[in-house]
Design a protein. Structure first.
Length: 422
């Protein structure tokens, strides 16, 4: 009887476990997953090192903040252009260009750090090269998964892809803090360059990945066609707007430094506030087994986006540090469930010949909305108070989710089993 009980407990536990089938069954996906995972951690470490070096050289928080422009401008422009290119060429080759460009940018940072007097302008230029290279290839990168695994494993593959990004977001800053104390900056940036080796090898070993042999040449017409496709698809447009609503109204990370300093009395605690949502998201990815059984995925996106807003609202009132971390972790948990469900619906609904463009548009939205949300939170906090900015944003997020659920019945009724709106 005890043995039977142990087996029953293991069976129940296994339902929550991360599904590793895509890694076991598809060698190309496995190589790409490991290669990207290593390079992503290296990138996160280098970004922290770049901000650290900029502040050391300038003593200016504005100079550090301006680094975000080197991210935002390519993300708002080149993601869409790269998505159109990804639908017209071999996606494997475009991703090779992406990775090589990022290596060149990292090597430039290492060379600049090796100078007796590192140039401030070189930091911006090198990061712009890295961000531009990433943006031009992100459409190809995100549209490869449906060509490497079969449809029954889309959910598991999406969860595995989330593990690498969230692990990098959690581990990268911690490792960077340790390295910055003991390792010269030039070697940190050089290490980032080396971290791309695995991804380069994995991509070079991929089969030829074309959306369609007779695809149209990329241009303004094909880019417009991508936006028109999104507008005509109520499920895709609906979950784009749900996520945009959550990120614009419920994104308070710009207020974390003020909260750490004034509410909790220790400015150094700010790092934990930034890490908490990523930790919640990582937990979801590692325990994503139950998501395989979610049929009403559109409704799931709406509910979990509202969960983000509710957790952020409660965070606005939290005066115990442990409770604040718990609520931010819960917010990250909701956001990550929403992200996994959105990616699976995107893979299933979008035809292969359009997936590069739609993925590029999605990433532009995902990248831009939090920046707008932080701007909104910072401005509102200055005009009113930090608490009001957080709480009102969380409430607006929840209300927006309800209104969008009513405005897009196709999204809330989406049934993954039939892959159609009943």
């Amino acid at each position: 009887m005890p043995a039977v009980e142990r087996r029953g407990f293991r069976d129940r536990l296994s339902r929550f476990a991360l599904d590793l089938t895509p890694i076991r069954r598809y060698p190309a996906f496995r190589r790409l997953w490991f290669g990207q995972g290593i390079s992503f951690i290296g990138t996160e470490i280098a970004e922290v090192a770049l901000a650290y070096q900029m502040y050391q050289l300038t003593g200016s928080t504005l100079a550090v903040g301006l680094i975000s422009l080197t991210h935002l401008v390519p993300l708002l422009t080149l993601t869409v252009i790269g998505g159109a290119i990804a639908d017209a060429v071999d996606r494997r080759r475009l991703m090779l260009v992406q990775q090589l460009g990022m290596v060149i940018g990292s090597l430039a940072l290492a060379a600049n750090a090796a100078l007796d007097n590192p140039r401030i302008w070189a930091l911006y230029v090198a990061q712009l090269i890295i961000s531009s290279s990433f943006s031009i290839g992100v459409g190809a990168q995100r549209s490869m998964t449906p060509q490497l695994v079969d449809e029954s494993n889309f959910m598991a593959a999406s969860a595995l892809n989330s593990v690498t990004s969230q692990l990098g977001a959690v581990a990268g800053p911690g490792v960077a803090g340790l390295l910055l104390k003991y390792v010269d900056l030039r070697w940190i940036f050089l290490g980032d360059s080396v971290s791309y080796a695995g991804a380069l090898v994995a991509v070079s070993l991929l089969p030829r990945l074309v959306a369609r042999e007779d695809a149209d040449r990329p241009g303004l017409r094909t880019i417009v066609a991508g936006f028109q496709y999104v507008r005509r698809q109520p499920v895709i447009l609906g979950f784009f707007l749900v996520d945009t609503n959550a990120m614009i109204f419920g994104m308070p990370s710009a207020l974390f430094p003020a909260i750490a300093a004034h509410r909790f009395g220790q400015p150094s605690l700010v790092g934990y506030l930034y890490m908490a949502p990523a930790a919640g998201a990582l937990l979801v990815s590692l325990l994503s087994g139950p998501l395989r059984h979610v049929r009403r995925q559109g409704l799931g996106v709406i509910v979990t986006a509202a969960l983000w807003g509710a957790a952020i609202t409660a965070f606005g009132f939290a005066h115990q540090f442990w409770l604040a971390l718990l609520l931010l972790g819960l917010a990250g948990l909701g956001d990550q469930i929403s992200a996994i469900l959105r990616s699976v619906m995107l893979y299933r609904i979008t035809p292969t010949e359009m997936l590069g463009r739609v993925s590029g548009i999605e990433f532009m939205q995902v990248a831009a909305a939090p920046s707008i949300g932080n701007l909104e939170a910072g401005g509102l906090a200055r005009a009113t108070s930090v608490r009001f900015a957080i709480v009102s944003g969380g409430v607006a997020c929840v209300v927006g989710c309800v209104l969008l659920a009513l405005a897009f019945p196709a999204l809330r009724r989406y049934d993954a089993q039939s892959n159609a709106e009943p």
